[in-house]
Design a protein around this ligand. Structure first.
Ligand SMILES: [Zn+2]
Length: 332
């Protein structure tokens, strides 16, 4: 906990505001998935409600309720929800007009605010612009461009920057006793996103999955059948599992392709233990085709949601990728 406090500028700013009782009414927290927006939002809420010194003290009755996730003046919506609809927002605004029960402020966190459709955002607008004096609304967003400009312009923006690689290394080596090449890989692969580093350390299957995806991706320089072997690694037959894990599959795929670019540019790669696969692949493809593949895959990753035909999107993306790699002349 101390770690986040000292290293994350966004959180320091928020806690400073809470301690001086200068918190605003409407916030947009922007940053990558896993970067710590929810942790920060909950600590901010605890600090606002805290009755002790050095807020949040984690010792007063209010803080204890926060630690147990039972504080009735903190309401979180949008967790694990693929879409946030107008009815969800109406329920929230109804709740907003009931005064806080235990403290002076009633705090609402909307996780995955990017998942609000336009109707939901319009329904939120008035409350977000001018909540009751006791109300605080915090939207957590991976990309504020997903929000309507009317919402964007009414919230105080708090941007969450990635941690430094050495900060991730220090955290991971202390908490998970990792060292050497593995530690270095985790720090670099996480891209400074603490949640990604934690996911890798706590997912026993991660390194197996990484090996499989890299091996199958490397085979894309071969025949068309390779498209479907790799598609299987993206879990196209099991959409439920895929929706939980597809970010990881995309990240692994993209890390391979970025390593290919790194080899072509004679710079350092991240998947050092898989270097032979990356080098062989690199010798058979052009830089331009790999850049296309990365752009295309990143675009698909950003657009994916649970209402789409996942299998179709993945296969289509990999066909495009295969065709890029093999040159346009192979298109038929
Ligand atoms: Zn407290």
């Amino acid at each position: 906990m101390e770690y986040f406090l000292t290293k994350q500028k966004a959180l320091r700013t928020l806690l400073g505001a809470a301690r001086e009782k200068k918190e605003k009414h409407s916030y947009i927290f922007e940053g990558a998935k896993g970067i710590g927006k929810m942790t920060a939002a909950k600590m901010f809420a605890a600090a606002i409600h805290c009755e002790g010194e050095n807020k949040p003290c984690f010792n007063c009755p209010s803080c204890k309720k926060h630690l147990a996730s039972t504080h009735s003046d903190l309401i979180v919506i949008g967790e694990d929800s693929p879409s946030i609809k107008v009815d969800d927002i109406r329920a929230l605004t109804d709740e907003l007009f009931i005064r806080p029960a235990l403290s002076k402020k009633k705090i609402f966190i909307i996780e995955n605010a990017d998942n609000m459709n336009n109707d939901a955002q319009n329904a939120l607008l008035k409350s977000f612009e001018e909540p009751p004096e006791y109300g605080i609304i915090i939207l957590l967003s991976q990309n504020r461009e997903n929000l309507l400009s009317t919402i964007r312009s009414r919230g105080t923006l708090i941007t969450f920057e990635p941690f430094m690689e050495e900060d991730i290394e220090r955290f991971v080596s202390k908490k998970y006793q990792k060292e050497g090449e593995e530690l270095r890989f985790i720090a670099r692969y996480s891209g400074g996103v603490i949640g990604r580093a934690i996911d890798i350390c706590e997912d026993e299957e991660f390194f197996v999955k990484r090996k499989n995806i890299i091996e199958k991706t490397a085979k894309l320089t071969e025949g068309r059948l390779s498209i479907f072997e790799l598609a299987d690694e993206f879990d196209i037959k099991n959409k439920k599992s895929a929706m939980e894990n597809c970010d990881m599959y995309f990240d692994l795929f993209l890390s391979f392709m970025r390593d290919v670019v790194a080899i072509k540019n004679k710079s350092e790669i991240i998947n050092t233990d898989m270097a032979p696969y990356i080098e062989k692949f690199s010798s058979k493809v052009t830089l331009g085709s790999v850049v296309n593949v990365i752009e295309n895959a990143a675009k698909v990753k950003a657009q994916l949601n649970s209402s789409m035909k996942y299998e179709l999107w993945i296969v289509n993306m990999l066909i495009n990728c295969w065709e890029d790699i093999h040159g346009k002349s192979s298109r038929s």
